[in-house]
Structure formats: C-alpha cells, structure tokens
Design a protein around this ligand. Structure first.
Ligand SMILES: [Zn+2]
Ligand SMILES: [Zn+2]
Length: 106
C-alpha cells in the first residue's frame, strides 16, 4: 500500500467528502485500554497519519450513548510534507474532518 503524498497548496477547510473518505480509509486500532489510534491517509494530501484518540474524551463528547451508533471526533492533517503557502508554525495541509468512532470502541 504505497500512496504518494500530494503537495497541494495549504488551505484550511473541510468538506463532506473528506469525512466520507476518512470513514472509508481510516482504521481504528486499540493501543491501550484508554487509547485508540486512527490510522490512514489524509483525505486531502494522502499523507499517512496516525492520530491518537482518548476514548474517555470521546465518551465525554458522546452524542446519545451506546445506541447512537458512534461519536464524531474532529481531526486534522498533521503531515510533515511540503505544502506551498503554509504559514509558519502550522502543520499539515489544512484539511480537517470528522471521523465516527463506533460506540462499541469507546
Ligand atoms: Zn500533506
Ligand atoms: Zn493532509
């Protein structure tokens, strides 16, 4: 699974498409009882990302308990690749999105 990083110009933003692509391509891996890691390609620039998620925080965000089907967790690209126009001190390509963490993982 080798995917090339796409050096698109830095641009902050989100779209429904990012969230849909992330839902298709991210895997949630349990690293410890209280942590998951969301692992997959950035839906905008394709960089491989590994984003830690604290399950207690997800429960605290929780929208409606175990029957709700999941909780949307915001995440953003934090790649170290090149993106023209990125302001000093910023990271990633500017994309952010929501990933649904299923209730049975929290
Ligand atoms: Zn990138
Ligand atoms: Zn990105």
């Amino acid at each position: 699974m080798s995917t090339a990083h796409d050096p698109v110009p830095y641009e902050e933003g989100s779209s429904q498409g990012y969230s849909e692509r992330a839902a298709d391509r991210f895997e949630l891996v349990r690293h410890a009882r209280r942590y998951l890691v969301a692992s997959g390609p950035c839906p905008r620039c394709n960089a491989h990302l590994e984003i830690p998620i604290v399950t207690e925080a997800v429960r605290a965000l929780g929208n409606g308990g175990p029957a709700s089907g999941g909780t949307e967790v915001p995440m953003y690209c934090e790649c170290e690749g090149e993106h023209p126009g990125r302001p000093d001190g910023e990271e990633g390509c500017g994309a952010y999105w929501l990933l649904v963490v299923p209730g049975d993982l929290t």
